[in-house]
Design a protein. Structure first.
Length: 155
């Protein structure tokens, strides 16, 4: 169930995706929020540098692993403009982060790529729960997904 509070943090993730696009990068953004509602870390894509692993979810996982206890990680929520790719899902699981709230799903991104005539990406487009069974995932959120789609198509 997605709450109004969730929508506030998810809106920030979409805003970060827009910032990534403005910087010439793929439009993805993510926010890590503690159980107490404190924004702990946020980032957007940096793959335009040539390093395809520079996803915000990887940055969040690395930051959380270095700065939070296992209990704090498990209680935290990751808000993200797009569903984690397989690489990011694995990082999320390995570091032990908690709930994930997504604006747009993997299936949506696959459909947008096809609509734009883009070839498939180098990694299989798997849902988070395929890579990370038992993950608590909420979303997508249709109104924000539409906005993410516009950003993605503008890239």
């Amino acid at each position: 169930m997605i709450t109004d509070t969730d929508l506030t943090y998810l809106r920030r993730a979409v805003d970060l995706a827009a910032q990534a696009l403005e910087a010439g990068d793929e439009p993805f953004g993510s926010v890590l929020v503690s159980a107490e509602g404190e924004v702990l870390f946020e980032d957007h894509n940096h793959v335009v540098s040539g390093d395809g692993t520079q996803h915000p979810e990887i940055a969040i996982a690395r930051w959380a692993g270095a700065n939070l206890s296992l209990e704090q990680r498990a209680a935290a929520t990751v808000y993200t403009s797009g569903e984690h790719c397989a690489m990011c899902s694995a990082a999320h699981g390995w570091v032990g982060l908690g709930r994930i709230v997504i604006a747009a799903s993997t299936d949506m991104f696959v459909a947008w790529r096809e609509e734009l005539g883009r070839p498939p990406g180098p990694v299989a487009p798997l849902p988070i729960t395929t890579v990370l069974p038992g993950a608590l995932v909420d979303g997508p959120v249709p109104e924000l997904a539409a906005e993410v789609g516009k950003l993605y198509k503008a890239f």
